[in-house]
Design a protein around this ligand. Sequence first.
Ligand code: HEM
Length: 360
Amino acid sequence: MGGYGGSGNWTYGDYLMLHDLLKLQGDERGVSSDEMHFIIVHQTFELWFKQIIRELTEARDILGQIPVPEDDVPRAVDHLARTTEIFRLMANQWTVLETLTPQGFLAFRDGLGTASGFESFQMREFEALLGLEADDRLFGVDPLETFRKLAERGGEDKDVLERLEARVQEDSLYGSLKRWIERTPIMGSSYGSAGDEETVEGYVREHLKAHRRIGDQAVEKMASLGNRDPGSVRERMDSAHESATAFLIPDGNVSRVRAGLLFIESYRELPLLTWPRRLIDAFVELEEAMAKWRHDHARMVERIIGKRTGTGGTSGVDYLDATARYRIFKDLWEVRTILVKPQDRPELRNSEFYGYQVDS
Ligand code: HEM
């Protein structure tokens, strides 16, 4: 009987546990409609957070397999796509909160004490699961610190801390993605096969040569157009080339992960790369949706409390705006900066390996 379990005899209310769920919105405290709406919006967000953690865990586990069975990749894409849609929906949900006037909020704000979204442990859990590194957090914020303090109260707060600490130790979604990308066949050469290192290095060097050539052409073009300061264009191109080199060859060794990513992004039209690029696109879309959701939170907050400090003790809207600049899937963003036009990319070798006859 579908999702109705063994008995097949549920009522709608029992199946959804509505009798319990609908007791949790503050009626017994006699909350105003403004405050009830504030609670319900938060609760719906937290319910979605729960689903997000589930989707991302499954995607992480799929990509954590070595090797990842080919027909599992579309499933990972589906989990990410659902998460993205949830973020888009949540980004729109801020407008419901915006029906709260600044004064309407002030009327019950004091009652919140120090309670703040900053203490959303599910949010911290999915950030860790995604792969947001502690070092990349703003202003040295250590989210676990918050939960260590709360854990002193024991009980469920202690469980939360344990759960978060375990999550931080686990593989992240981004970590599994990178390990998967590392095994991308490059120019037909398989990860770990004889001569693979040379092939990958050759590919990276050739790409960098093209990158350099395009920079040179841009400088020449600027000069021919009468740019008054060709020196500064040269400087910019040189520094862009240095960054591209440092990205692909960090510490003097070619990064096979980044080379694989560059390869997938550069030869996107190859049939064998269809799912890899769709997977990468799904990651990029997800992070874009998250950044927009964070941004819209800041706009809603600015509208309701202006530049007041938050109940969680941060600077408030300035802090939230800064979090919209977090990038977890850094390499996926950075590779975009170093791509070259299709006609300038290194000539594809072993095209038949990718299910495509380039020469025909
Ligand atoms: C009137 C409504 C709201 C106001 C004025 C508000 C304000 C703030 C402020 C000022 C912060 C910064 C931390 C602090 O110092 O408190 C914050 C953080 C946060 N808020 Fe809200 N918020 C509102 C509604 C919501 C809702 C409905 C959610 C949904 C769960 C939410 C989730 C979060 C989260 C997860 C953070 C932590 C962000 C981070 O550290 O990356 N907020 N909020």
